[in-house]
Structures are given as structure tokens and as C-alpha cells.
Design a protein around this ligand. Sequence first.
Ligand code: SAH
Length: 342
Amino acid sequence: MNLEEMTAFLTERGYPRFRAGQLYQWIHCKLASDWDQMSNLPKSMRQQLAEETELTRVRMIDRQVSKIDGTQKYLFAMPDNSLVESVFMRYKFGNSVCISSQVGCRMGCRFCASTLDGLIRSLTPAEMLEQVYEITRVTGERISHLVVMGTGEPLDNYDNLVRFLELLTDPNGLNLSQRNVTVSTCGIVPRMRQLADLGLSITLALSLHAYTDEKRREIMPIANRYSIAELMEACRYYFSRTGRQITFEYSLIKDVNDAEEDAAGLAALAGPLKAHINLIPVNPVKERGYRHPDDRAVRAFKNKLEKHGINVSIRRVLGRDIDGACGQLRHRHLSGDGQKAD
Ligand code: SAH
């Protein structure tokens, strides 16, 4: 519930309005983990809340801390015991959390571990928030940045995503700056346009990964639904409505999309949009057999893009020693290689 809904809920039950402010603060600022902590609320009110509502909690099943860079990977169980992953990363500019938006994924990208077991269900707004809140509780550190780049396709869970973003950036709650939020999509065109119409100041990242429809279809089934031309039109629209520059994600896969002509084709798409390109050397997923180009080849690809005047960064590789890439920790647990979920 947002504050308005919480106020309606409580006043309908005869409580004064200020109780909603207190309750909202307990849940979204002080990150209370159960009703009994809410010491300035009357006991009878806490009892009634416990009976009539649910305070969504996630349970930490596993946590891996990278010895290389301190990145922390979390495996959380949702109230129904579904498993999702989240990641905590420290950067110079602040702490960033990467959350999952669905349990599994149905987009079927060939290089991605999150989709290997299919889609189980979408996460609720509370389940997305709780990933951020629980990591804050565990680390005791403030989180300033959020990326929706974990398991799942956020725009395949559109309404819940928008509600989650509203709560996360609510000045009455944790008050994360919209400018520090990035939502990554494989490119569901109508939803990209819908998001643009909300006029939020969040960054939209498009997982492009190929510069022709033909090549994109080989690695991303969603490319059979929407063409690159439609995607570029949706990106232009997003920029025109929000003033926010688009990011292209490009996972570099050796001998698949790392040739000279790929760089030129990618530059031709990014140039007119002034899109920023984020290169991600593909994280090898055992089941898939894709490999990343070596560091020199990655840098060479970056240089080629830069010669075309494109703004490029190479995704810093964090947590490679801890199943860092999308879906790897969860997949390992589900396939029985890891410790049991209970
Ligand atoms: N469904 C959303 C967000 C989740 S994935 C999307 O498609 O954008 C976040 C990014 O990681 C996407 O760009 C995705 O294509 C990329 N990715 C997934 N598996 C990867 C892997 N094994 N190596 C490198 N990048 C990967």
C-alpha cells in the first residue's frame, strides 16, 4: 500500500490519520521486520494488523561474499518458498542493489541462466521492495542505487514494477532518487512506451546484443516479436517523454556478435539516439556453451565504437568468484548442486 491507501485502510477502521504516517514509517523507513517492533502503535492496532494484513518478508537462504571485490550475492526465499537472487555492489558513487522482478523468466535468451527453468511467477511489489530492505538490514548500509537486472523481465511484470518503483522512490519512504534507478528490458515495445508515458526520471536500459534482426533472433526469442526498427522508435519516444538517455546493453559473445561489422552496426544504431553502450563480456553459463572474447578483444571492440563517437563503458566484472551472473546461484540450488533451500 502507498501512504494514501494505508491512510484509507486505517481511517476506515476508526484510527486517526497520523497512525498511517507512523505505520508507513515503520515499514518503509525503519524497515521493521515484525509488528511487535512498532512500539508507538497501540498493541490492539498491531494485533488487528497482524490478523488482517500481511507484512511481506523474505528469508535469506544463502549469501556469498566475493573475496575479490566484496560483492554480495543473496538467495532469498519468498513467502511461498520461491527462490530469487539479488546482488549488493559497492561502487565509488554509492551502494547499488540489483533485484529480481520474477521467479524465473520466460523470455528464453540463449545466453542467460535465469530462463533455464522457465517462469514460475511474477513478484509482487512488496517482494521486490523486501529484497532492497533485507539487504539494508543485513549490511546496515544505505543503498543509493537500484538496478532491475536480476532474474526476470521487469516489463513482463509491468504493474507490479511500477508500484514497486513508486514505493521505493517515495519521499515518505526510503526515498531513492529516480535518477539512480535503472530498469533493464529485453525490449517489450508497448511496455517501453507505456513506461515512457509515466514520465519518470529513471534510466531505461535496452538489452540489444545484436545489430540486425536476424542475428538478434538467434540469441533472443523476443526479437521475433519486435524488430530493431520498432525498438529504436520506442527508445526515441522514451527519450522524448522523459529526457533520459537510453542505455544499450551489449553482451559480447565470442564469434557471435564481436566482429568488426557488429561494432559498426551497433554504432549506427546508438549514434542517432546518443545512447550509452554498456559492454558485458558474456558470463559463461555451463549449459549454453557461449564464451566471452578475451580482454584485449573487448577493449578493441570498445575502441571501435568510440571511433564512431559513441559513449561506451565496459561492465566491471564483479563477483566472478560467486556465481555473479543472472540466475546462476538460484539455478545451482534448484539443480541440487548447492545446499538445500530449506
Ligand atoms: N530481462 C531484463 C533484465 C535482466 S538481465 C533484460 O533482458 O534486460 C540483465 C542483463 O544481463 C541483460 O542485458 C541480459 O541480456 C544480460 N545477461 C543475461 N545473462 C547474461 C550472461 N550470461 N552474460 C552476460 N550478460 C547476461
